[in-house]
Design a protein around this ligand. Structure first.
Ligand SMILES: Cc1cc2nc3c(=O)[nH]c(=O)nc-3n(C[C@H](O)[C@H](O)[C@H](O)COP(=O)(O)OP(=O)(O)OC[C@H]3O[C@@H](n4cnc5c(N)ncnc54)[C@H](O)[C@@H]3O)c2cc1C
Length: 316
């Protein structure tokens, strides 16, 4: 079988760490297909980045020199040309804003299937993927012919790696500046809040059950004493009580802490879409029928205004 081709993602000289999860997905798949895992990296100053992706299980790294940072105009001809030379059985990229920009275009140009936002890949005579739909309410199992383009959900595969011994090979594609319809002139960092909930290991999340803004003091006191970062459901952000970067869910941040403690949160599908990768979910809600209990490992039915002060007392 021809190799699996994986597309490394990077920006301003730094590898997107989720690329390592993508490589692990590709290595796993290449092993099942009894073929090789190849990576392609496109851009400027690729030497250090090539070292980052030279991990155990990768057979070959294709380096494509391009005059600029990521643009659609560079990636499309570069990947299509390499595809025509290599004839890979699958192309895997990350389901990020960048991956979602070029991957469907590649599939369309090559006239092969496109399978987006994949969380699991299996193979028995044909490729079978799992893709979540309707805010993770259902999972679709889709069988596809090969070759195909698959975008992998960041975080769906582990990112642990060990150093490898892949062959490095330059691949020349004629990408002159004149072909570029647009250029990235600059990057501007969006303001980062005081807390990054996507990397916090213990989150205390507050919902509309808190009733009013002044009561958030109870949440912050509890969070401080148990060593948690504070996040919230959307209504708390919509009310302007907490900044947007604290919002968990479909239109907020998708989190994966060791412990997620949901307080006064009902458990809407949009909220649950963001917390499903938490290792342990603990909920406090006065309504025993609140849907949050359906996804919780531990649940406390009761009034948060009684339970949190008792928790503070216990931890003191
Ligand atoms: C397109 C779209 C995107 C969305 N994206 C998101 C998103 O990213 N994140 C998100 O969270 N929501 C999102 N929503 C909103 C979502 O549908 C819900 O409205 C929201 O999650 C509800 O927030 P909540 O659980 O805090 O409030 P509620 O649903 O009002 O629940 C409050 C809970 O608190 C409990 N409670 C009340 N008083 C107490 C008390 N004293 N002690 C204990 N429990 C108590 C109640 O029993 C209830 O279960 C989105 C909606 C849409 C349409």
């Amino acid at each position: 079988m021809s190799p699996v081709l994986l597309i490394a993602e990077h920006r301003q000289g730094f590898l997107n760490p989720d690329t390592l999860g993508l490589l692990n997905a590709g290595i796993e798949l290449a092993t099942i297909l009894e073929t090789e895992a190849h990576v392609v990296i496109i851009g400027k100053n690729l030497d250090a980045l090539a070292q980052d992706i030279n991990i155990d299980g990768i057979h070959k790294i294709h380096l494509i020199s391009a005059p600029s940072e990521y643009t659609h105009d560079v990636y499309i001809p570069a990947i299509s040309s390499l595809f025509n030379k290599l004839k890979p059985s699958l192309i895997l990229s990350l389901h990020t804003s960048t991956g979602s920009d070029y991957s469907p275009a590649i599939a369309s140009i090559l006239d092969i299937p496109f399978l987006p936002d994949v969380i699991e890949i299996n193979y028995t005579n044909q490729i079978e993927i799992i893709h979540e739909m309707y805010s993770s309410k259902i999972q679709a199992k889709i069988a596809s012919q090969m070759p195909a383009v698959i975008t992998i959900r960041p975080g769906a595969w582990p990112t642990t790696t060990s150093p490898g011994n892949a062959t490095l090979e330059n691949f020349d594609v004629d990408i002159s500046e004149g072909l570029l319809n647009f250029k990235v002139k600059d990057y501007e960092k969006t303001p980062i809040g005081d807390v990054d909930i996507s990397t916090s290991d213990l989150l205390l999340s507050v919902g509309r059950g808190i009733e009013e803004e002044a009561n958030l003091e109870l949440i912050f006191s509890t969070a401080e004493i148990i060593g948690a970062a504070v996040s919230s459901s959307r209504p708390i952000v919509d009310a302007g009580w907490l900044p947007k970067d604290r919002q968990v869910g479909q239109s907020g941040t998708k989190i994966s802490p060791s412990i997620y403690l949901a307080v006064g949160i009902s458990g809407s599908v949009q909220h649950i879409a963001g917390i499903k990768n938490s290792k342990v979910i603990i909920s406090i809600n006065k309504d025993p029928k609140a849907p949050i209990f359906d996804v919780s490992d531990y649940g406390v039915v009761g009034d948060l205004f009684e339970i949190l002060p008792a928790l503070i007392e216990e931890f003191r």
